[in-house]
Design a protein around this ligand. Sequence first.
Ligand code: DGP
Length: 129
Amino acid sequence: MHDENCIFCKIATGEIPVEAVYENENVIAFDDMEPLMPVHTLLIPKGHYSDIGDNVPEDVLGKLFGAVRKVAEAKGLTERGYRILINTGDDASQSVRHLHVHILGGGHMPRPNDQDWGSSATNADKFYD
Ligand code: DGP
């Protein structure tokens, strides 16, 4: 499972070098190049799946989520906590179509509420027109 045009596949194979926060044979974690928080790390499966809905085998999901704690430990987030986020598809503004878990921390993050969502909140009661 490899997509030669996928930037995260190139990171997974080492074609594009990154400083790994955590790595094993199944996953690699590296810092996001556009951090939204003091800690903002991306965790990806080495195999290519475009998103969480791309028929990802359960063992791959288990290995991916099992590594979240390793990343949190490596980043010193276990005591105060952290948030994980998986953008999926257009409505979630997913920009890189290789499944990835955002691991965010290093500061307090409010819960998303109507105010935080800004103008999108005005559409919260609609599904699609
Ligand atoms: P998303 O919108 O959920 O698809 O987030 C993709 C994230 O990936 C975004 O926060 C920026 C980050 N990103 C994109 N390309 C690269 C890259 O080449 N290196 C690193 N470290 N991060 C990248």
